[in-house]
Structure formats: C-alpha cells, structure tokens
Design a binder for this molecule. Sequence first.
Ligand SMILES: NC(=O)c1ccc[n+]([C@@H]2O[C@H](COP(=O)([O-])OP(=O)(O)OC[C@H]3O[C@@H](n4cnc5c(N)ncnc54)[C@H](OP(=O)(O)O)[C@@H]3O)[C@@H](O)[C@H]2O)c1
Length: 343
Amino acid sequence: MKAVQYDRFSNDINDIYFNTSAPLPEASGDNVVVKVMAAAVNPMDWKVQHGMFKDLWGGFSFMFTMGYEFAGTIHEISPSAPSTNFKAGDKVFAVQWGVQKPRGQHYDPLEDAPVGGAFAEYVLVPLSKLSRIPDGISFEKAAALPLAGTTAYEALFECVNLREGERILILGGSGAVGSIAIQLAKMYGASFVATTAPSRAVDYVNQFRVTDRVITCDTINWWEDPELKNIDVVFDAVCEQDAFEHAKKVLKSQGRFVTVSIGDPALGLDPTAHRPLEYAAWMCNWNDSKIQDKLIGLMAQGKLKMPIERMYEFTREGVLAMLERSEEGESLGKGVLNIALDS
Ligand SMILES: NC(=O)c1ccc[n+]([C@@H]2O[C@H](COP(=O)([O-])OP(=O)(O)OC[C@H]3O[C@@H](n4cnc5c(N)ncnc54)[C@H](OP(=O)(O)O)[C@@H]3O)[C@@H](O)[C@H]2O)c1
C-alpha cells in the first residue's frame, strides 16, 4: 500500500518517503484495520519529523508512518477482537496519538506518544480510539476535526475546567485548535471570549461569530490591551513565547492558564506549582473517543465548524505541498489529504 514514511529525524521535510509498497497492516486483538479515505495535517506532523520531541518520547521507532488524524471505513476486524458494535464498512474517524486517558487528577503525557499511521491507504487502530461519523458529515470534515478538537476540549474542560460566566482569553483564534476553542468557550457559557490573531485572519475569526474581542497579535501586545482585565482563564493555543509570563498580567490572582506548548519549562506539568494560580501547566492531547463523539455531534448539528482550507492529492508532491503549507504558516483552516475519496 501507499504510505508516507520517514526513517530518521530531519529538519528537511523533503526527507520523507512516499512508499508505494508499504506492508498492509493486519487486524489482531482489538486493533482493527481502517481503509483511510481522508487524513488531515497538523503542525505535529512536521514537528515530530524534525525531531522536536525526541527527548520527551525516547521510544520512537522507525520506519515511522506519518499522520495523526483520519476518517475512513472499517476494513477488517480480527476474529479475536473483543465484542464491539463496530462492523466492517462502518464509517469512522480517530486521532492516532499515543497518550492514553488521564489517570487521576493529572496525567503523564511522557509515557507513550506518537503513534501516527494515518497518511496511508490503511491504518491499524484500536477500537477504543474510534468514533462513528454521523450522516451528513463527509470523510474530509471528519478527518479535519479530532486532533485539534480534542486538544481544545481537553484544555478547556479537563485541564482548566472553564465554567459558565467566566472571562477567557484564547491565544490564536485563527488556528485549528484556537478556532475550535473559541467556539466551545462561547457555546459552554463563557461571558467574555477574547482571542488573538494576525491581522490577515481577523475576518476568518469573525466568521465564527463567537468572540467579544479579537486582538491583532502583529500590531498590539495583548497583555497591554485595556479590556483584558480580570481574566479567569488564558488558553495559549499557539505555543506563543513567554505566554505564561504575559498571561499573569491579565489573569485574576487565582486564575488558570494552560498551553499546548509541549514541554514548556516555564510551566511544567504540575498545575498546582504556580500558586496562587489555581491551575498552570502545559498539556498534550490524549486519545478520547467520547470527546470525539461529542464534537462530531456538535458539527452534525451545525454548532461547530472546522473549515477546510484545501484538499491535497495523495502523491509525494501533494503531501509535501500540504506539509510545507502547514510549516510556513499563513494557512487558515485545515489541509486535508484525499487518500481514497474518489474510489
Ligand atoms: N499540545 C498538544 O497536544 C497540541 C495539539 C495540537 C496542536 N498543538 C500545537 O498547537 C499549535 C497550533 O496548532 P494548530 O493545529 O491550531 O495550528 P494551525 O492551524 O496551523 O494555526 C496556527 C494559527 O495561529 C496563528 N498564530 C501564530 N502565532 C500566533 C500568535 N503569536 N498569536 C496569534 N496567532 C498566532 C497562525 O497565523 P500565522 O500563520 O499568520 O502565523 C495560524 O493562523 C501548534 O504549535 C501545534 O503544534 C499542540
């Protein structure tokens, strides 16, 4: 089968292979084979390929197949699989990431992580990671949702526990994670939702009609904005440098801060380590199919949007164009690979 792979970390995205004879995965136990119809790009694709997290997740093994989120149909379930409501042919989507559900108050995202495998014609995935695609949602829409969606949901509702009536600032409302976060924050009752975005992306952010204030990050220091006072929660959804130091200037004394900046040494992973702040830590997406179910349900009801910027052909050129677009910035919405939508 065709698969996008690499055999070492490299700063050059051109060092990936478009392998046309990768071995087909085989279903076994609770791992099923899904025929991938569409898969979406995330900055994690090129960041991991560049070796940015190689010291955090030491057990990384090559040949590595890229791609952390996808949608497709179940191709094969092993006879030894546990009892399940899924059957061959079902339309499903998932995040192919390697962090399990949190245990206890917080969790340890350093144990496992990358799994990948979604930029391929077939992917092996545990039943527990799968969610169904409801009627009316296309494969490409489903593929574009789960990684950024679960990250935004987990940050807001399982890390900083956003409550009704609170005032929140979300850095990066034009990004995939940030745009889902601003929508969820408003939907779940935040009284004031502010966000930052480059000037070029203000119209894009405004299309969601959920923000009370959009601060242009290329013209203003958001921490000096007079409207940003007494903020309950700051969510850094872009890995902004010094975001925590700046956030302290706008947060209530017992406010909460979370960032997607994996391994941020200014913060660490103990959310109680920065008293009097109630919560301050970096977070890393973990697999949770129940959250995926919730998010796709909201999308099916028309309450949650994740725009697709562009579809890419499943060729070496198509994959490189998609990864380069993500890496160079300036994209608005998701890049999605058409792996088998025309079949
Ligand atoms: N910890 C985790 O589990 C986790 C999970 C998912 C994503 N992430 C990380 O989260 C970040 C965002 O991911 P994504 O998928 O949302 O990326 P994305 O869709 O590529 O969006 C990034 C957006 O943020 C904008 N931006 C960049 N710097 C900004 C700043 N300082 N202030 C405001 N906006 C800014 C970009 O605009 P320009 O292009 O004009 O700069 C772009 O519109 C990435 O660094 C990714 O690696 C972490």
